[in-house]
Design a protein around this ligand. Structure first.
Ligand code: ADP
Ligand code: MG
Length: 347
């Protein structure tokens, strides 16, 4: 079991620095470890000249987490990596085919992206995950991270940029699954966000909330809608992509350091394929920045009542697909389909 570490344990830290970090709302070793050096230098001194001191502070915070076996070393032997990988939790979705498609569930230490057109089931997957995942978190209070910082039950942070979260839907899904809806709803921290700036600021401040609420899963539905609406002209595309990239970078660090799962939803763009004139195809929005920023990319397609999820991009899953439906139980196995290899199915 890891011992409790605080900012006072950072080598050479002065009380002046501690005060400044406090002013920046950085109150734990975790919160320091996930900072970006240039942003921290600016925050501490309004001057990028101090980037080396800021980088050293962050490096020392990471060193402490490494010594406490919360972070992997700069170079780790493969057996150490395996130990860390074994700390990964998987949160089930409640559909057994979908869970086996995910190799057991949505993983911690990763960003799972769910992309699909309007009505394909992204938000419904998030709702089902809320009910199914929180129920599993009860058993996970004694992971090394919770020992360090918190005594409260595991929870979910749900960041809603499209105002489509419905507590009554999570209640219904939980009830259908014979789970305790009242307990589950108490452990979902929901936040509506209305502008890209607000979303970015919230992502910056997430470490504080992850610690305060003992969150094991952060859902952002959707990561791109606000940026897409606000940065619509060609001339603003580069800025939009940079800002999305920064957010994803931070989310990745949080997933790693806090051993949490991050689920983001993404929209689609249509494109014409010159070899099939007249047909429009769909691909995930956000270009390479979002594609490379996520660990797993799941693409949803809708055909009538049935929906198909495709594992489009993954370091550890085969390229496969699964069919599912949506009912009062949330997402469910489509009765006549199982996970299939995607090859040769027109994808
Ligand atoms: P997206 O977020 O990808 O735009 P949603 O996850 O909101 O799409 O999916 C919306 C669809 O989910 C609806 O069109 C409907 O078919 C289905 N749905 C929502 N609630 C229920 C329910 N209680 N029972 C059956 N289907 C539902
Ligand atoms: Mg939605």
């Amino acid at each position: 079991m890891a011992k409790e570490v605080t900012l006072h344990d950072i080598p050479d830290i002065t009380s002046d620095m501690l005060d400044k970090l406090g002013e920046l709302n950085i109150n734990s070793v975790y919160q320091l470890a996930v900072q970006n050096p240039s942003e921290l230098a600016w925050g501490l001194s309004n001057n990028f000249v101090y980037i080396h001191s800021a980088a050293r502070l962050i490096a020392n915070a990471r060193k402490i987490l490494t010594e406490n076996e919360i972070l992997s070393k700069e170079f780790s032997t493969a057996d150490d990596l395996l130990v860390r990988r074994n700390k990964i939790s998987r949160y089930k979705t409640g559909s057994s085919n979908f869970d086996s498609f995910l190799n057991g569930g949505i993983e911690t230490q990763s960003i799972t992206e769910i992309a699909g057109e309007f009505g394909s089931g992204k938000t419904q997957i998030c709702h089902t995950l809320c009910a199914a995942a929180v129920a599993l978190m009860e058993d996970e209070l004694d992971t090394s991270i919770s020992d360090l910082t918190r005594k409260v039950p595991g929870s979910i942070i749900y960041i809603d940029t499209e105002s489509t979260f419905q507590a009554n839907r999570v209640h219904q899904i939980a009830e259908q699954k014979n789970l305790d809806p009242e307990d589950i709803l108490k452990r979902i921290y929901h936040c509506n966000v209305y502008s890209s700036e607000q979303l970015e600021a919230l992502v910056d401040n997430l470490p504080k909330f992850i610690e305060q609420y003992n969150s094991k899963l952060v859902i952002i539905d959707s990561i791109i809608s606000l940026h897409r609406a606000e940065f619509s002209g060609q001339g603003t595309l580069t800025e939009r992509q940079q800002r999305l990239g920064k957010m994803l970078n931070k989310l990745r660090r949080y997933a790693d350091i806090y051993n949490i799962a991050v689920v983001i939803t993404n929209q689609v763009v249509s494109y014409a394929d010159s070899s099939h004139p007249g047909f429009d195809y769909m691909k995930a929005a956000g270009g390479n920045i979002v594609g490379h920023g996520s660990t797993y990319r799941i693409f949803l397609k809708r055909a009538g009542k049935n929906r198909t999820a495709i594992m489009q991009d993954s370091p550890s899953h085969q390229y496969q697909r699964v069919k599912f439906t949506i009912s009062e139980n949330g997402i469910e196995d489509a009765s006549s389909y199982k996970t299939e290899e995607a090859g040769g199915l027109g994808w």
